[in-house]
Design a protein around this ligand. Sequence first.
Ligand code: XMP
Length: 520
Amino acid sequence: MTDTPGGSARATDRILVVDFGAQYAQLIARRVREAKVFSEIVPHDLSADEYAARRPTGIIFSGGPASVHVDGAPRIDPGVYDLGVPILGICYGAQLIAHQRGGVVGRNERGEYGRTELTVGDAGTLLADAGSGAHPVWMSHFDAITDAPAGATVTASSPDAPVAAFESAEAGLYAVQFHPEVHHTPCGQDLLRRFVLDVCGCAGDWTMSSVIESSVAAIREQVGDGRAICGLSGGVDSAVAAALVHEAIGDQLICVFVDTGLMRAGEGEQVVDAFEKTQGIELIHVRAAERFFQKLVGVTDPEEKRKAIGELFIRIFEDAAAGIADARFLVQGTLYPDVIESGTKDAAKIKSHHNVGGLPDDMDFVLVEPLRNLFKDEVRSVGTELGLPDEIVWRQPFPGPGLGVRIIGEVTPETVSVLQAADRIVRDEISAAGLEREIWQAFAVLPDIRSVGVMGDERTYARPVIIRAVTSEDAMTADWARLPHDLLEKMSSRIINEVDGVNRVAYDITSKPPGTIEWE
Ligand code: XMP
């Protein structure tokens, strides 16, 4: 079920994005999907037959850091040019087409990086919307195509790229030296849309409702009349996966929600409400806070803490699963970026992440992964379309070990309730300021120190709370959020006034790297 768009056996248009260096391939795939056409990232070293087996409607070669003149530079099986499928090359991909199809790629004296001006001449098909004249585009190249392949028309140039775009409808070859997938190329989305719709003839009907429809069919086919289990973490991925599988197989799905006591304030109730009450999904709610607190007595080392929480979680989940007769399937919220990540580590073979959600490899289940073709924003759209509430669909990422890794030192019911109260204020104020969707994560941290303060006429000696708010694209890197000072002030005074045991508030101004997003 994972081989077809949205997971079904239905024939649908498919654009293959051949990855020559990873930096831009994901972005290209996303832009193609914005044109409502399914796209899939594939490694560059497959054979022409292997590309053909995926039945592409069009193929896009991504950019990459290599030079076609260097030994060992990535190539494509020349048989790809004979498949009768239109090809668009971007940056390195454009140079590779020129190099392999009889054009010339020159070595420049200097590179062209960043914003530059594209002069469009004979507009051709891809640049038809831009029209002739000058257009800003984003370039990042050293080599440059000096001659297009015989029979191709040069449609644009730039100061350092005499052949900045060429096309040959007859050969089905299209190439652009600049990057249409980045926002700094305003004509880029139109260009990609022209390629997938006009040149490749895609229908542009890949929408979230078509994804739901085809996934539902595929899940029914996979699970048959079997039973499936889904572990809910409270996060968006497992929630949407569960809702989608429930749409397909109804009561054959049973969800398990392990309440560790380390969730944010109100979160456990929210999950139960969203699933049991609103969606009518059968939910086994394991209230395990006591067991977690017991296990965490005296544990202060961050790694020991993570291990203790992770192991207990698995044991409790396994116990709950064992009680569900003949459940053979395990639903996991694996997303496309996880699949790409394992795919690039082992380019020819895409493995599934058995460990998503912290579950062990050796559980005897068949995996159901209905989101493995989707990016996060697409998963959110599916969730909304399935009727999940915004609080779940737009929930910030939350670590598996929960508040346990935001309490420095020992985790006790008391420290958790102090942190929950402070954290709720941080989140409420971010939401009241309308910053929820701009901020990647905003939360409170409770360090294991005390400082002296004065409240009324009394000396206090209590804990501080640290506010952490970051912006990020993918959590690999992050920057501390430049929150308005009045907002920070409001959070600070509310936390000190409303949360017992806290007399000071600090703001973390560390980016990642060198910091990490979480404190432990
Ligand atoms: P760090 O702290 O490494 O976090 O910068 C990066 C992102 O991952 C989240 N995170 C986790 N997510 N299980 C998870 O599912 C975990 O154990 C875990 N630890 C950190 C973190 O919240 C941030 O979004």
